[in-house]
Design a protein around this ligand. Structure first.
Ligand code: KG4
Ligand code: ZN
Length: 324
C-alpha cells in the first residue's frame, strides 16, 4: 500500500493505492476560502493545509480500510507549486515515514498529472502525448514510459486555466472561472468575436496573453454586446489553441494516442474538440484530472524511494523540475 499526500496548491489531498494502481481512497479537501479573494492566497493555503492534512490522511486510511501499519511507502508532492503549501505535505510525509522507518518517494506534480493515466482499473499505456492544462500549468508532454516525460511545449505566459479565470473575472463571474465561463458560453455564439489563437508563436509553445487582452478591448469597445457571445468566443479561442498545438505535436511525433490532465480537461468544448482529432483519446475521470493524491501515489511507484535518514532535509521546489 502507498500513502500519498498532495498539497501543492489549495486542495489538501491524501490517497491510498496499491502497487497495481488500484485506488483504495482518494480524499480531496477543498479549502473553499480563496473564492472571495479571486485567487489562491499562498499563505492562507498553507495554514489551511496544516489544519486539514491530518484529517485528510485519517479519512484516506479509514476509507481504504487500512492502518498506518499496512503502508509500505509514503509519497508527497515535492514541487512545482506554492512552497509554503508544499512544505506542509512534505513535512507530514517525512514525519509519518521517519516514525515508521518507511521509505519516502518525492513526486513531481506534473509527473503526477501524467501518472493519473496509469491508475486502474483501465490504465492507459505509453507511448502517448499528454496535454496538461490547469490553473498553474499548460504543457504538452511526450510520455514514452511510466518513468518520466519530455516537455514538447509549455506556456510562455499564463496557464490555460488562468486565462479562463481571468477572462471570467473580466466578465464579472466568480472564481474558479472556468466552469462559470463554460456555463455562460453555453448560450453564446462562439463565432461572434474573433479572438487570437497565438498562431504567431513558433513551435509547440502556448501563449494566452493575446486572447486575454483581446477580451479586455472587446468588452471596452462593445459594452452592449451579449456577454454569453463574448464568453463563447473567448472559450473557443482558448480551446482552439490547445487543440491545434496538440494536433501539431501528434503530427510531429507520429503518435496517435492522447491523454489529458489538469482542471481545464473538465471543459466540455475542449473534450469535444480533442475527440474530433481522431486519435485514441484517454480522459481520466474528473477527480483524477484535477489535483489529487491518487495521481501522486501512482507516480510514486516509478520513483526511486529515499530510505529513512536520506529524506529529512529534502526541500520543496516552486518551479521547474526536481533538483536532486
Ligand atoms: O488542476 P486544477 O484543479 O488545479 C490546478 O490549477 O492545479 O485546475 C484548476 C483550473 C482553474 O483555472 C479552473 O478555472 C479550471 O481548471 N477549470 C476549467 C473548468 N473546470 C476547471 N476551465 C475551463 N472549463 C472548465 N469546465
Ligand atoms: Zn495540478
Amino acid at each position: 500500500m502507498i500513502l500519498a499526500i498532495e498539497t501543492s496548491c489549495d486542495d489538501t489531498c491524501a490517497a491510498v493505492i496499491d502497487r497495481s494502481g488500484l485506488i483504495l481512497s482518494n480524499v480531496i479537501s477543498s479549502q473553499g476560502i480563496h473564492d472571495r479573494y479571486g485567487g489562491v492566497v499562498p499563505e492562507i493555503a498553507a495554514r489551511h493545509h496544516l489544519e486539514l492534512v491530518d484529517v485528510a490522511i485519517e479519512d484516506a486510511l479509514e476509507q481504504a480500510d487500512v492502518g498506518l501499519g499496512d503502508i509500505r511507502l509514503v509519497a508527497a508532492t515535492q514541487g512545482p507549486g506554492l512552497v509554503g503549501a508544499l512544505l506542509i505535505g512534505l513535512s507530514e510525509a517525512k514525519a509519518i515515514a521517519a516514525a515508521r522507518n518507511l521509505p519516502l518517494a518525492p513526486v513531481d506534480h506534473l509527473q503526477g498529472h501524467v501518472a493519473a493515466n496509469f491508475l486502474g482499473p483501465e490504465p492507459f499505456e505509453p507511448p502517448f502525448l499528454c496535454l496538461i492544462a490547469s490553473g498553474g500549468h499548460t504543457l504538452l508532454a511526450h510520455v514514452e514510459d511510466r518513468f518520466g516525460f519530455t516537455v514538447l511545449g509549455s506556456t510562455l505566459d499564463d496557464a490555460a486555466g488562468e486565462a479562463f479565470d481571468k477572462g471570467a473575472r473580466m466578465l464579472g463571474l466568480g472564481y474558479p472561472g472556468g466552469p462559470a465561463l463554460q456555463r455562460l458560453a453555453a448560450d453564446g455564439d462562439p463565432t461572434a468575436f474573433k479572438f487570437p489563437t497565438a498562431e504567431g508563436v513558433d513551435g509547440l509553445d502556448f501563449s494566452f496573453a493575446g486572447v486575454k487582452t483581446s477580451l479586455l478591448y472587446a468588452l471596452r469597445d462593445n459594452p452592449d454586446a451579449p456577454r454569453q457571445d463574448l464568453a463563447a468566443s473567448y472559450q473557443a479561442a482558448i480551446v482552439e489553441q490547445l487543440a491545434r498545438r496538440t494536433e501539431k505535436a501528434l503530427e510531429q511525433t507520429g503518435i496517435d494516442r492522447l491523454a489529458v490532465g489538469g482542471g481545464v480537461a473538465a471543459n466540455g468544448p475542449l473534450r469535444e474538440r480533442l475527440a474530433r482529432i481522431g486519435v485514441t483519446l484517454h480522459v481520466p475521470p474528473r477527480e483524477l484530472c484535477t489535483d489529487n493524491a491518487a495521481m501522486i501515489a501512482s507516480a510514486a511507484r516509478y520513483v526511486t524511494p529515499l530510505l529513512p535518514g536520506a529524506y529529512l532535509d529534502l526541500d520543496a521546489y516552486a518551479t521547474g523540475q526536481r533538483a536532486l
